[in-house]
Design a protein. Sequence first.
Length: 204
Amino acid sequence: MATLLHLDSALFPQGSASRDITATFVKSWLEQHPEGKVVYRDLAASPIPHLDAAALGAGPDHELRAELAAELAEADAVLIGAPMYNFTIPSTLKAWLDQVIIVGSNTGADSQVTGTPFTIVASRGGSYAPGTPREDFEFVQNYLEKVLAGMLGVTEIDFIVPELTLAPVKPEMSDLIPLAEASRAKAHEEAVQKAKALAARHAA
């Protein structure tokens, strides 16, 4: 039985593009792999405390850090909802990363998640794609790719990027609504296909 670790970090339970698309992923995963297990953490509803000196010093002997690291190590696939807040990831997701990454325990040659596939739904209100005016302000994909690969040695990181999510609510972006709708529809389809592929891999 394969285990999916699912993290959401968007503040609002309703209307969130990242939550909407991670839900599509999980639904597709379970349809293809009904005996699979989903471990879920809502980092907005139940925030992980920020790393402090005591937790850092305790390392893998710290109860919460050991629990989070075990969840990560036991996962066959990881799904993360990572909306862009102020050009980067939510602080709750950063807190999870700081707690779960334990240098000398699950990093570098000691990493237990090198081969674990990560799928990240990186939603954003505008567009930060290559060639756009705000390309240099993109610190979600860039950061997560660097920290997951550089610290945990993850080799399979896929991003699903629904863009222009603010178009329906900002009058000045109203002409971008068709592009926003197309981006969201594409993200849902990518979530379905990626979930199917991962479920099939682990069911084989």
